[in-house]
Design a binder for this molecule. Structure first.
Ligand code: ADE
Length: 421
């Protein structure tokens, strides 16, 4: 049997996908600049690249930049519910980039698609959640010899990869794109902040002003969600397990209390912790009637859905992306997007202007991995500082923001210890 060349929902959606990809590119000036540079210098000439990413219009533009740089790119989805089917169709039909992704695919098909992307025998990988790299290490080890390195887009993936490195299991270098300043300060904070609120509002159309809105986790994503919920006039509670973050949330002006206490008074609870069963049986038992539950963490494990299902006497679709669970005592709980990333499932993910920086890091790091002569150790590596600064400089340029430069005297002062009072 010959391998499928792609697997998407409907090639006929391509026209709408192209329009959407072009619309995103308008908001991605750094990527436009890289596209021109990559077309001229072809830094990825001949590289086979497999990407397991959310299949969105922004990702499409990343793939186009890599192809302009000479790479042969294959994509699969990093989440069963985030694929934009029209974008997948456009990539296959108009841009000749194989895609294995269908919105709403089963877990089984999700892994079949990862396997198909690995059949490309990647020399470079891009992950959003570490599924590609972890599948290679678990079941396709013969491919590891060809793999020069990979990139990781998200916090959860970096955590998994560090665990692999700690166990001595990681066999290739992976660059933690997530940890670049030009990634997490903007994408995780402002991107997740805006798109999570967007997903909740599109799904429910419930007024946030005056409502109690709890954010579980005060990492960069939680900070962004809490900040934007406050902007909508919600009364925001933050819950944390980490004392430094809890203190920061308190001094940022949020009420910080344990989640069990918050559960009884919240109209909304949004998880962004990266951990599992954050909202669990004990919380379901005391939830306020009508509470809306949503997740913005990478995996759909933060809300214990099997337990919620077992506790429900009735489950029905209340409206698209909203499931109503009726509990034994008659209280109703509304779960958004099956507990999957609400910003990508019920909305369109982060706006292109932040993905512009995240994906500029991706493209420049792949160039670095492909062209660096020094072989990197099998470990999790930071994005080279020069790449991070370059992305910031490019972005500032495109925003027409000028900044000052140190005088020689100031530079000398900063590098000397002799001068005091
Ligand atoms: N992750 C969050 N938002 C995204 C987007 N718009 N495209 C790709 N990955 C994302």
């Amino acid at each position: 049997m010959t391998a499928a060349l792609y697997d998407i929902t409907d090639p006929a959606l391509a026209g709408r996908g192209v329009t959407r990809i072009e619309w995103a590119l308008r908001e991605m000036p750094v990527m436009r600049r890289l596209m021109a540079q990559f077309s001229e210098h072809r830094p990825l000439g001949g590289a086979r690249v497999s990407g397991c990413l959310h299949i969105t219009s922004e990702t499409a533009n990343l793939a186009r930049v890599l192809v302009a740089g000479g790479a042969r790119v294959v994509l699969c989805a990093s989440n069963p519910l985030s694929t934009q089917d029209d974008v997948a169709a456009a990539l296959v039909t108009n841009f000749d980039i194989p895609v294995f992704a269908r919105r709403g695919e089963s877990t089984e098909v999700y892994y079949q698609h990862i396997s198909a992307a690995l059949d490309h025998r990647p020399q470079l990988t891009m992950d959003d959640g570490a599924d590609l790299i972890s599948e290679m290490h678990k079941s396709r080890r013969e491919l590891l010899d060809d793999l020069r390195g990979g990139t990781e887009e998200t916090t959860t993936g970096v955590v998994r990869l560090r665990a692999m490195a700690r166990d001595g299991a990681l066999r290739v270098p992976v660059v933690a794109v997530n940890d670049a300043m030009t990634k997490h300060l903007f994408d995780n904070r402002y991107g997740t902040g805006q798109s999570t609120l967007d997903g909740i509002i599109r799904a429910t159309n419930i007024l946030l002003a005056g409502r109690v809105f709890t954010v579980a986790g005060y990492g960069w994503c939680g900070r962004g969600i809490a900040m934007r919920a406050k902007g909508h006039g919600a009364n925001v509670i933050v819950t944390e397990v980490e004392p430094l973050r809890a203190l920061e949330a308190a001094m940022d002006g949020f009420r910080v209390i344990p989640l069990l206490e918050a559960a009884a008074q919240s109209d909304f609870i949004v998880t962004a912790t990266g951990d599992k069963h954050v909202v669990d049986r004990a919380h379901f038992e005391v939830l306020k009637d009508g509470c809306v539950l949503a997740n913005s963490g990478h995996f759909n494990v933060e809300i214990n859905i099997p337990v919620l299902e077992a506790m429900a006497t009735q489950i029905r679709d209340a409206r698209p992306h909203v499931q109503e669970y009726v509990l034994q005592d008659g209280r109703r709980v509304y779960l958004l997007a099956q507990g999957r990333l609400v910003n990508l499932s019920a909305a369109e993910g982060h706006p292109a202007a932040v993905m512009d920086m995240s994906f500029a890091n991706q493209a420049m790091v792949l160039d670095h991995l492909w062209n660096t002569t020094a072989r990197l150790a099998a470990d999790v590596h930071p994005v080279p500082h020069e790449i991070d600064r370059q992305v910031a400089r490019f972005k500032l340029d495109t925003m027409e923001i000028g900044i000052d430069a140190l005088t020689e005297e100031q530079a000398a002062y900063l590098s000397s210890w002799r001068e005091g009072t």
